[in-house]
Ligand binder design. Structure first.
Ligand code: ZN
Length: 412
């Protein structure tokens, strides 16, 4: 039986493992708080009769092997957090996934496919600066060296921290991916307010938005704020302001209704009240679930920066900061999640994810589906992050139903 109350209790229990009690969940990968949370999850996995193992990349897995081997179905998420984050981001997908495996523990012989609960490390990138580090290293051999060599602020490498964590937990080297993953499901909080505003109980995810991030540098001339007439200036910040306003217009222009565009960080030089800004560096973050819309926005953005800089006689450069391709959820899994919601009488709608998720990485290997529960007031990555127990229970039930169906070998 799927026990929604237990999922709820476990969310609260794991939230206690934080470096900032009273100020949200701060649980960076492989820190003392993370190790306490990992130990707890491993204990729950073992109590559910799962075989537990850890890989070289800091991830760990609980596995329920099928009677006859025909690949595996994976479920999971992450338990690391941002500084001062919430109790639900990632953790929900782990404790709900555990509930799904626990519900099947007494009849492994009836499973056609094994079940794997994956707990991915460093999803947030808050300690080592590598977002989705654990899942990328597990899935993509080309990403491994960069992840393993990433260092935290103290100079400790990901490799050292991950290996120490696996040993400390006494986990044998084993990866859930060795069981030949046939499909991946992840339950997650929405982290936005679309579901709440629409008044629906669950969101069936159709795609994870792609991201283009840039560093833009505009170089003018620093000069005296009093002695330089307006007609003789090369003000880098005034130019940047034009670009910022233009970026806000990209979604309504070359983008799609789903495009979002943000300038989140500006570094103004020399940043003094009586000096005309000589140089500004700033980030631009573009996201869209549609590849073509993203490409159109990226091209328009380059034209915008060059046009503003050219007209004002400034130097400009645009450097890629990071890029993620959009990922589509598998249509058959989208339809299956919708059908199960319908049969359970749970209201739902299609939605895309503006945030990246581990399931989007696993999609490189296997069909992937995601389910969202609403986030109260759309708040996330903050202590106010909240999803009620009823929604947690409903999300868990739908996840478990679809997972059990896949494990029995149902494909339609
Ligand atoms: Zn997350």
């Amino acid at each position: 039986m799927v026990d929604g109350d237990r999922v709820w209790r476990r969310l609260q229990e794991l939230a206690a493992h934080t470096a900032t009690p009273g100020s949200g969940v701060t649980r960076l990968s492989f820190t003392a708080e993370d190790m306490r949370a990992r130990r707890q999850v491993v204990a729950w996995m073992r109590a559910s009769g799962l075989e537990v193992g850890g890989d070289e990349w800091g991830n760990f897995y609980g596995m329920l092997r099928a009677g006859k081997g025909d690949g595996a179905v994976m479920v999971g998420s992450h338990i690391d957090s941002v500084p001062g984050g919430g109790a639900f981001d990632g953790v929900l997908g782990v404790v709900a996934g555990l509930e799904c495996l626990d519900a099947r523990r007494h009849d492994p012989a009836k499973l056609r496919r094994s079940l794997v609960l994956a707990v991915f490390a460093e999803e947030e990138g808050a300690r080592f600066g590598e977002v989705l580090a654990g899942s990328r290293a597990a899935v993509d051999a080309a990403a491994r060296e960069k992840v393993l060599n990433a260092k935290d602020a103290s100079g400790c490498t990901y490799r050292e921290a991950a290996e120490a964590a696996r040993r400390e937990l006494g986990l044998p080297v084993a990866s859930g991916f060795d069981l030949d993953v046939h499909a991946m499901l992840e339950l997650h909080i929405e982290q936005g307010a679309v579901l709440e505003q629409a008044g629906v109980e669950l969101g069936v995810v159709t795609a994870i938005a792609g991201i283009r991030q840039y560093w833009v540098r505009l170089t003018g001339l620093a000069n005296h704020a009093g002695a330089t007439p307006m007609s003789m200036r090369m003000d880098a910040l005034a130019a940047a302001a034009e670009v910022v306003a233009g970026v806000e217009d990209l979604p309504g222009g070359p983008g799609s209704p789903d495009t979002v565009a943000t300038v989140g960080q500006l570094v103004v030089s020399p940043n003094a009240a009586n000096v005309i800004p000589g140089e500004v560096r700033f980030t631009i973050d573009l996201r869209d679930p549609d590849r073509e819309a993203l490409a159109r926005c990226a091209a328009a953005l380059h034209r915008l920066v060059q046009e503003v800089a050219g007209r004002r006689g400034l130097h400009c450069s645009i450097a890629d900061r990071s890029a993620w391709e959009p990922v589509r959820c598998h249509p058959a899994l989208v339809e299956r999640l919708e059908r199960v919601c319908r049969e359970a009488g749970i209201s739902h709608r299609r939605i895309f994810s503006g945030a990246v998720h581990d399931a989007g990485v696993v999609a490189q290997l296997a069909p992937m589906g995601m389910l969202f529960v609403p986030s109260a007031a759309g708040r996330s990555h903050c202590p106010e992050e909240w999803t009620g127990p009823e929604a947690v229970g409903k999300g868990t039930r739908i996840l478990c139903t679809v997972l059990a169906d896949l494990a029995r070998g149902g494909d339609g």
